[in-house]
Design a binder for this molecule. Structure first.
Ligand code: UDP
Ligand code: MG
Length: 331
């Protein structure tokens, strides 16, 4: 099995001189153990850095043909850089890792073993988040909870450290959406999956390239790219307000008809406010329902994947196709 490691790099000139040799040593170790093919490689994706990242990548690639460099024309963000690497890498299996090596390289061997044992996707899951601040830990936990409530299929404490086989990569390439949230898409692919667990380490060098702004953007993409629940909530709210306004309408009418406490003009002013407010929310909700449908259609996500096919070929017994993913065509 040929293994490709994919590393998105944004202003990582400080980390790469340490990361490069570590990754190479890792590949050599796995090659020596006979677990991966000798032509396995490392794909370094420069995400439009403004420091010496590209120079470092070029010198690594010049030293050894185990390194392949890709340079994006400008900064497109972690998820896009990752996708560029995943879709370019030529391994039979591809593992994505951050350039700062916060994800423990020691579990790569476990990932490879799991893939050899037949798992198409192997997720790296953090055991403890000791190296993160309590703020990051707490918000992450709440966020995964929120996504679950909104019906998004996501694995808690898994970032983008994972192994994907060729069939899974082919499936991923058919997802044409631009608001990328890989953690949400990959569980949608299906295939047999498993997880390996590791402790998250300190950054090897340099500072975080994920400021709060980028983190919030990613979190927001996670909600809005995978859930129409916020739109549905408008319709639900409209329904509730409509029901309440009916109740209030009866109350206002009964005050008007059966008591003398109602001021002239009060009922005719108050009633339409509640009734129209509820009606408007309900109508917005119905519009939202259609917007949700349009939004799902515009993503053009594949509707299914055929993982295997098996049939009898006349005279010569059985023929089996494995790992050959066929995308259904749209009529
Ligand atoms: N990264 C990237 N483009 C960006 C921001 C980050 O390719 O616009 C890369 C970065 O070089 C690193 C990975 O994404 O390899 C994760 O970033 P970082 O480790 O800074 O995030 P943190 O671990 O602090 O959340
Ligand atoms: Mg990091």
């Amino acid at each position: 099995m040929k293994l490709s490691l994919v590393i998105p790099c944004y202003n990582e000139a400080e980390a790469l001189p340490m990361t490069g040799p570590r990754l190479r040593a890792l590949l050599q170790d796995l090659i020596a153990k006979g677990k991966i093919a000798p032509e396995s490689n490392v794909w370094l994706v420069d995400d439009g850095s403004c420091d010496d990242t590209w120079k470092t990548i070029v010198s690594l690639a010049a030293e050894s043909d185990q390194f392949v460099g890709i340079k994006l024309s400008r900064n497109r963000g972690h998820q896009n850089a990752l996708l560029a690497g995943l879709l370019s890498a030529d391994g039979d299996a591809v593992i994505s890792i951050d350039a700062d090596l916060q994800d423990d390289l020691r579990v790569v061997e476990e990932m490879v073993d799991a893939h050899t044992a037949g798992y198409e996707i192997v997720y790296g899951v953090r055991k403890a988040r000791d190296t993160d601040s309590w703020f990051k830990r707490w918000t992450a936990l709440r966020y995964y909870g929120l996504l679950r409530v909104l019906g998004v299929d996501i694995l808690p404490n898994h970032a983008d450290f994972r192994l994907m086989g060729r069939a899974a990569i082919n499936a991923l390439s058919a997802y044409e959406e631009v608001n990328l949230f890989l953690r949400g898409i990959i569980p949608q692919l299906g295939f047999s999956c498993t997880s390996v667990y590791y402790d998250r380490l300190e950054r090897i060098a340099g500072t975080s390239k994920y400021p709060l702004r980028k983190m919030l953007q990613l979190a927001w993409d996670g909600v809005t790219s995978f859930s129409a629940a916020p739109l549905r909530m408008i319709a639900a709210l409209g329904g509730i307000v409509c029901a309440l306004s009916m109740g209030i309408a009866f109350w206002v009418l009964s005050l008007r008809l059966f008591t003398d406490r109602a001021l002239p003009g009060w009922a005719s002013t108050t009633l339409p406010i509640y009734a129209l407010g509820g009606l408007q929310l309900l109508c917005t909700g119905i519009l939202g329902e259609y917007v949700a449908k349009i939004y799902a259609e515009t993503k053009r996500r594949p509707r299914f994947w055929i993982e295997r096919m098996e049939r009898r070929v006349a005279g010569s017994g059985r023929q089996e196709g494995a790992g050959n993913v066929v995308k259904q065509s749209r009529g």
